[in-house]
Structure formats: C-alpha cells, structure tokens
Design a protein around this ligand. Structure first.
Ligand code: ATR
Length: 271
C-alpha cells in the first residue's frame, strides 16, 4: 500500500483517518492513512521523515497550515491565495501544496442545492478558516460577499486582499444592521467556545441558508440561532470535512470517491 497521514496538534480525534479508510475501501485504492501528532516547531522534520520513508502525501491541520504553506516548493493557485496548505503531494522530491478546504465547502453547499451564484453571501470571521475558503467562494460569482468580523479591521484587510476576484467588502457586525443575506457562513471560532457572533435579528433573506463550518453531536449556537431566525436550510461542517478529504484523495490518487455514503456513515458514528 501507499502511505498517507494527517499531521496536526492535537490530532488524536481527527476524523481524517476514518474518512480515508472509507474512501480506500470504496475505491479499492491501496491507501494507508494515519494520524501523526507533531510538536510545535517539528513540522519540517516530520514532513521530511515521512517523505524519506516513502510516504506519498499528507494532510496538514491546525496549527500547521500556514507553516506548511511556507514549507512546500510549489503551490496551487487556490493554496497561494489561501496562505495555507492542507494537502501535500510528494512528487519525486518536490513538495506540491494545495488547499482543498474552500472547494470542500463549495461542493457541500452545491450538494445541498444551495446556490452561490448571484446570491448575497455573508462570511463571519477573518482568520485562517475564512481566508481558506474565500477564493473558491468568489469563483462561484456571488452578487456580493461581505466579511464580518469582531475586529472589523481584519475583515477589511482580508477583503482588500481578495477584491480582484469579485465584489467583496469587510466590516464589523454592527454594519450588518438593515442588510439581508441568502447565505451566511460561520468561519469564526465562536462555536468552539459555545458563543455566537452578535447578529441582527433580520439578517436572513427569505429562503436563506446558514452554514457552520464546525460540527458536533449537537447543533452549534449559530445553527440554533439560524433555526430560530427563519433559515430554510441549516447545515454543519461535516459535509465540508468529507468533501475536502475527497478532493485531497483525488489529488493523490486521481480517483474521486463518492462522498454521500461516507458523510452518512460519519453522521451515524457521530451520534
Ligand atoms: P481560524 O484558523 O479558526 O480561523 P483564527 O485565525 O484564530 O482561527 O481566527 C478566529 C476567528 O474567529 C477570528 O475571526 C475571530 O475574531 P477576531 O479576529 O475579532 O478575534 C473569530 N472569533 C473567535 N471567537 C469569537 C467570538 N466569541 N465571537 C465572534 N468571533 C470570534
């Protein structure tokens, strides 16, 4: 078999080994995939060792995605833009870096028949998670993309770095008053702390969809807010997780796994 792994810290609870095992089983590809915990500062050596031992590719997760971006020799356009790499392919001594998070989000939205083109989209958060999905979101040509962040200046900076790709602006949450959106995506770390960004009551347009990039056994605070404020569709990030993994698998193997049965399997195992 060929060796793959996810490197991060912490990484023990990563679902990636399970997802890739299911992909391998489904496609018959000889993929062996494990989780490797890496200490701070230890990424270059861990990646080098994995390569030297014949490893074929890696996923990189928190907190190493930016460091991985620095480490690789080549980057895809979307990884270049994201400032972060979550997928490495070893290619005869070359480290090729890609970022599949954004396309994972877009594919999960499209799977759920949630249109992005010509829609008003709000992205909450201006950290690494938000940055990673901006280019693929803008590629779908929303009518308007607003980034809202607790620290408004970070949202404005981020919007400025992507404004060549489409109509995009950054602001604080107070500027959302009197605005409506068709799609609201939570890319903040607020759900992790059981918190919710301060959202005005009339934020959602008729038929709006709300997406939290987090997932868990219970709906996040943002998902609960969305249900209580009239969202037509409320989704968590489990589909995105599986979709970004499928895109990584495709980069490594040239084979695209079917994601739906794997999402359903993970959902059952989560409960
Ligand atoms: P990540 O890589 O997950 O994006 P990050 O780069 O630390 O992590 O960014 C975290 C994001 O969540 C930021 O946009 C942060 O807002 P600030 O830039 O103002 O700090 C946002 N965030 C974290 N906790 C939040 C909370 N309780 N309410 C609203 N936003 C929050």
């Amino acid at each position: 078999h060929d060796d793959y792994a996810v490197m991060g810290n912490p990484v023990a609870h990563s679902k990636s080994p399970r997802i890739h095992a299911l992909f391998a089983e489904q496609t018959g590809e000889p993929v062996h995939y494990e989780a490797i915990q890496v200490d701070p500062g230890g990424l270059p050596q861990a990646v080098g060792n994995f390569d030297a031992n014949g490893g074929k590719g890696l996923n990189i997760t928190v907190p190493f995605k930016q460091e991985a971006w620095e480490l690789v020799n080549e980057r895809s356009e979307r990884a270049e833009r994201a400032g972060a790499v979550n997928t490495i392919k070893f290619d005869n001594g070359t480290l090729y870096g890609d970022n599949t998070d954004g396309i994972g989000l877009v594919n999960d939205l499209l799977n759920h028949r949630i249109p992005i083109r010509d829609k008003k989209v709000l992205l909450m958060g201006a950290g690494g998670a938000a940055r990673g999905v901006l280019a693929p979101l803008l590629a779908e040509q929303p009518a308007q993309l607003v980034i809202a962040n607790r620290t408004a200046e970070k949202a404005r900076e981020l919007a400025g770095a992507f404004n060549d790709l489409g109509s995009i602006e950054g602001s604080g949450y107070e500027a959302l008053e009197d605005k409506q959106f068709d799609l609201v995506i939570n890319a903040t770390a607020a759900s992790l702390q059981g918190e919710l960004p301060p959202l005005p009551d009339n934020l959602l347009a008729d038929g709006a969809a709300c997406y939290d990039m987090m997932y868990g056994t219970a709906p996040t605070p943002f998902m609960q807010w969305a249900s209580a404020h009239g969202a037509a569709t409320v989704l968590d990030g489990l589909g995105m997780l599986v979709e970004q993994a499928a895109e990584s698998f495709y980069i490594w193997r040239g084979v695209r796994p079917e994601t739906q049965p794997v999402i359903e399997q993970l959902r059952r195992e989560l409960a």
